[in-house]
Ligand binder design. Structure first.
Ligand SMILES: *Cc1c(COP(=O)(O)O)cnc(C)c1O
Length: 457
């Protein structure tokens, strides 16, 4: 008898609501502060940047928030996404562990980013926004937002971190194909970009710089709003559809994870898979060991400081309480562009602080070694970002092979790597290297944390 490897839910099983973890947290996530006053920011002030509907989601404490029907209808094209049991990988590792993964690479953009892009563009359409600006690291968010804007008829301008712009020309092509406009950042179009270029004309860019440029444009133009692809509560909320589906699919598999693993950039795909399970646990359900994985080159959760910091380089965003490496930190140019962010989502930082999750780092060469092994077993070419989760899951399975433990491991495969083949080529050619923890740069960036009452406590 063949053993089941794929768990597919019927379209009608697409969750009707997003899950908001804030409803189940005893200690709520600290609110964003207005840098001008050091006090919680007035939501009305956020409307210069974000759509109203999105701001409501950002501050909600309702446990379930309905997914608007037009968004759900579009999500139906590829959702529910499949959950796989990695039988061939288990055999290759000779492990008694059971490994499951949720595959988000089936979306139009090839990653989980489409889940939030559609929800955000829909809210912007609803409040009359004409232009949307954003940043993108590796290009996945820019692709997802361009496609969502195409669907709802809005114009999309994407500031793309320059080193990714150069490394990943096909991402730019995808954004253009979907009608998005791509600009390498730092650029000459904005004050923020010009300030960076004046100091360092060869700057390779960072998400923090690209955010400054995109926010600046939104603030200066009334018909323009900004969308962020990770970090904020509403983005994490939109991604919980992943974990809600996984709850149903694990039930189909007649199994339940002992451990949940996700790669952490700003934290959205990790929250997406983990929060619904953490919610079960907080409401008295089964305990799960939750592990976030980040690159050794950009270790915000494991080496950052839990403090109020800016989300961008030019210090234009509200202050957010998060594990941060300092907003001026520019991470080394690792091939996982989506993980090069100086901070971690406030909600994830909060649950990490409360001990509801753990975090670890992995090195680039181990990530690629395990990505290749995974692809050879499972036939799916993973994005380098997602491969951080793969590598950590394989480590856990290897441990089980030693101890004989029959652990059930669930990880999120956040996207495919079809547009990352140049990184794989470099790996095969032996050109990739590990980056050591950039201790001095981080110490310097941390010394520049904003001065406010909260940080003085
Ligand atoms: C953007 C991205 C990530 C990292 O972002 P999070 O917000 O932490 O999820 C991870 N994997 C893929 C495929 C991405 O595109």
């Amino acid at each position: 008898m063949s053993e089941q490897i794929k768990y597919i839910l019927d379209e009608s099983k697409i969750p009707a609501n997003w899950y908001n973890i804030e409803a189940d947290l005893k200690e709520h996530t600290p609110p964003p502060l207005d840098p001008a006053t050091g006090k919680p920011i007035d939501p009305a002030k956020l409307e210069a940047i974000f759509a109203r509907g999105v701001i409501e989601q950002e501050t909600s404490r309702e446990r379930y928030i309905p997914i608007p029907e037009p968004v759900r209808a579009i999500l139906q094209q590829w959702r529910p996404s499949p959950l796989y049991r990695a039988r061939r990988l288990e055999k290759a590792l000779n492990t008694p562990a059971r490994i499951y993964y949720k595959f988000e690479g089936v979306s139009p953009s090839g990653s989980h980013k489409s889940n939030s892009a559609l929800a955000q563009v829909f809210e912007n359409k609803r409040c009359g926004t004409k232009f949307i600006t954003t940043e993108t690291g590796a290009g996945q968010w820019g692709s997802a937002l361009s496609q969502a804007c195409q669907i709802f008829g809005l114009h999309c301008r994407v500031y793309m971190v320059k080193c990714s712009f150069d490394q990943k020309p096909y991402r730019k092509a995808v954004m253009e194909l979907f009608g998005g406009e791509t600009i390498p950042s730092p650029s000459n179009r904005t004050e923020a970009g010009r300030a960076v270029l004046a100091k360092d004309p060869d700057c390779s860019g960072s998400l923090g710089i690209a955010i400054s440029e995109a926010v600046e444009e939104a603030v200066k133009n009334p018909d323009t709003k900004y969308c962020l692809g990770s970090v904020l509560n509403h983005v994490l909320l939109h991604q919980t559809i992943i974990g809600e589906e996984a709850l149903l699919q694990m039930e189909m598999a007649n199994d339940y994870p002992d451990m949940i693993i996700g790669a952490c950039g700003g934290g959205s795909n990790f929250a997406g898979i983990a929060f619904p399970f953490i919610g079960e646990m907080l409401r008295g359900g089964k305990k799960v060991d939750v592990l976030g994985v980040e690159p050794a080159a950009c270790p915000s959760l494991t080496k950052g400081k839990y403090a109020y910091d800016f989300g961008d380089v030019a210090k234009m965003t509200p202050l957010m309480k998060m594990y941060t490496l300092g907003s001026s930190f520019i991470p080394p140019a690792v091939h996982s562009g989506g993980l090069r962010y100086h901070g971690m989502a406030p909600q994830i930082s909060n649950i990490a602080k409360q001990g509801l999750m753990r975090a670890r780092t992995v090195q680039q060469l181990d990530v690629f070694r395990d990505a290749v092994a995974f692809a050879r077993s499972e036939g799916i070419i993973p994005a380098p970002e997602s491969s951080h989760a793969i590598s950590a899951a394989m480590d856990e399975a290897r441990k089980c092979a030693e101890t004989g433990e029959h652990k059930c491991i669930l990880f999120n495969l956040s996207g495919h790597g079809h547009l990352d083949m140049s990184a794989y080529l470099e790996y095969f050619a032996g050109k990739l290297k590990n980056y050591n923890y950039p201790e001095q740069e981080i110490a310097m960036a941390l010394s520049g944390l904003p001065v406010c009452d909260e940080n003085a406590k």
